[in-house]
Ligand binder design. Structure first.
Ligand code: NDP
Length: 479
């Protein structure tokens, strides 16, 4: 037994993670895959890594020093359960099983509970950054027990991305906390991508600029407060010319966006937690809407403006869109962090929101300088109830909100869908409103369902006798 860490599952993610681990000082990596071909290929292609291959779970366990630590990188779902069942048979109390796949956090909570009964530690770790990140340094979001972190912490720290000298990994919280945070990361990613796509669409339709010209705008934006990996790759995608047709590639790609489900998980979870992540929801729905060609074909006959408009001052409009994008982005992140805060409360995790922002600064898809501002905001006020109210963000929105409103109006008038821009603005105006029409909704609910209401001027719960003499009486609090 000579390996301090093992990897089970040697498809693209697992083999890259294994190579990353092996390249770091002090690690010796045991590898196992269900079908032996992948193990043989990896070991043959990377002799420099010094992998210890094994071809049964017994052999795999025997090749690890104790406490045995293994990272599972297999197809999420049943594959993960199958591997856990096997590892539990050959591991001992105190050993550590890490699931690095994209698990749904309730599954992680369930698995952690079941594995804990054997005395073995189970850690659900969100790993972001795709193939490239797995090989060169991902952002890692591990959950699990404090005990497991003692052994696992240094190993994960050795392979994580580094941002401004700090490793992009932190112990997020117990059981499902890591996969929960990874889920919200992906939800924020959906919102960020949709907002960028709406900005591109508005500029193109409003100014007639070509994709390549808009690419230059994004490159320019990338030098400012919008600096991020997603803005950077957007410019590259827009600049790409299709070899076959000579057209911009973006004009040849079918406009139906796919999804693997993490955005939907984020929204479903937010709905049950009662957290309004409208930006993420609109981004997820925008992908769904795009992916129904049969509906879009028949609906194309519906009347409305033709989605073209002409702006008088091109530079001013582009700057308006930039500010609208930044303001909407602040709202999307504010909503995402609100979901993490609510999840931590619901599941009893103590999550350091500032630390989460910091480990997203490198290695993952939403990596950006901007995350430093979020970390600063939580350092200043750890209990901040609405991230967007932190001075830096509130000031940015104050400066940009005129532009934001102009852009949303322009989109609505021209008949251009901008669901993420406009829903973020509606959230902003809703959360800052001194009085909401929710009062009327409460009246309606009391009318048809005797759901009762509270009053602004005295304590207690009340009901109006709507079907009788319409007098008000104090009611029992039925929520
Ligand atoms: P896949 O999701 O394609 O899974 C293939 C691997 O799973 C193979 O090694 C396969 O073994 C193994 N496997 C499947 N079922 C079983 C089973 N019942 N028992 C044992 N092994 C099984 O691999 P990827 O490398 O693409 O992804 C691995 C994980 O990482 C997934 O959870 C995925 O969601 C996540 N991922 C994360 C990304 C990120 O950016 N964070 C990007 C891509 C993936 P065999 O060779 O024998 O078939």
């Amino acid at each position: 037994s000579a390996a301090n860490i093992g990897v089970v599952g040697l498809a693209v993610m697992g083999s890259n993670l294994a190579r990353n681990l092996a390249s770091r000082e002090g690690n010796t990596v045991a590898v196992y895959n269900r079908s032996r071909e992948k193990t043989d290929a990896l070991v043959a292609e990377h002799p420099e890594a010094g992998f210890i291959p094994s071809f049964s779970y017994e052999e795999f366990a025997a090749s690890l020093t104790t406490p045995r630590t293994a990272i599972i990188m297999v197809k999420a779902g049943r594959g993960t359960d199958a591997v856990i069942d096997e590892l539990v048979k050959v591991f001992e109390p105190g050993d550590i099983i890490v699931d690095g796949g994209n698990a749904y956090f309730p599954d992680t909570i369930r698995r952690e509970k079941a594995v804990r009964e054997t005395g073995i530690n189970f850690v659900g770790a969100g790993i972001s950054g795709g193939e490239e990140g797995a090989l060169n340094g991902p952002s890692i979001m591990p959950g699990g027990s404090d005990e497991s972190w003692v052994t696992l912490g240094p190993i994960l720290t050795s392979i994580a991305a580094v941002a401004e000298g700090e490793p992009c990994v932190t112990h997020i919280g117990h059981n499902g906390a890591g996969h929960f945070v990874k889920m919200v990361h992906n939800g924020i990613e959906y919102a960020d991508m949709q907002l960028i796509a709406e900005a591109y669409d508005l500029i193109r339709r409003g100014t007639g600029k070509t994709p390549a010209e808009i690419a230059d705008i994004f490159t320019d934006w990338n030098g400012g407060e919008l600096e991020s990996y997603l803005i950077e790759i957007t410019a590259e995608v827009l600049r790409q010319i299709d070899a076959e047709t000579g057209k911009p590639l973006v004009d040849v790609i079918l406009d139906q966006a796919g999804a693997k489900g993490t955005g939907a998980w984020t929204v479903q979870t937010a709905l049950s937690l009662g957290v309004p992540v409208s930006g993420i929801a609109e981004a997820t729905f925008a992908r769904s809407l795009s992916s129904h060609p049969e509906q879009r074909r028949v609906a194309a006959a519906l009347p409305g403006p033709d989605s073209t408009f002409e702006v008088d001052d091109v530079d001013a409009f582009v700057e308006d869109v930039r500010q609208a994008l930044f303001a909407s982005k602040i709202i999307a992140y504010s909503q995402g962090f609100d979901e993490i805060r609510a999840g931590a409360e619901e599941y009893d995790w103590s999550i350091d929101l500032g630390a989460v922002a910091k480990i997203w600064r490198a290695g993952c898809i939403i990596r950006a300088q901007f995350l430093n501002r979020i970390a600063d905001a939580y350092a200043e006020e750890p209990g901040l109830p609405v991230l967007a109210t932190a001075p830096y963000f509130a000031d940015s929105i104050a400066r940009g909100q005129g532009a934001w409103r102009r852009v949303v109006v322009a989109a609505a008038q021209a008949g251009i869908p901008a669901p993420a821009f406009s829903s973020s603005l509606a959230y902003y105006d809703g959360i800052r409103a001194d009085r909401l029409p929710a009062a009327l909704v409460q009246g309606q609910r009391d009318f048809f369902g005797a759901h009762t209401y509270k009053r602004i001027d005295k304590p207690g719960t009340f009901h109006t006798d709507w079907s009788g003499d319409r007098t008000e009486s104090e009611a029992e609090d039925t929520h």
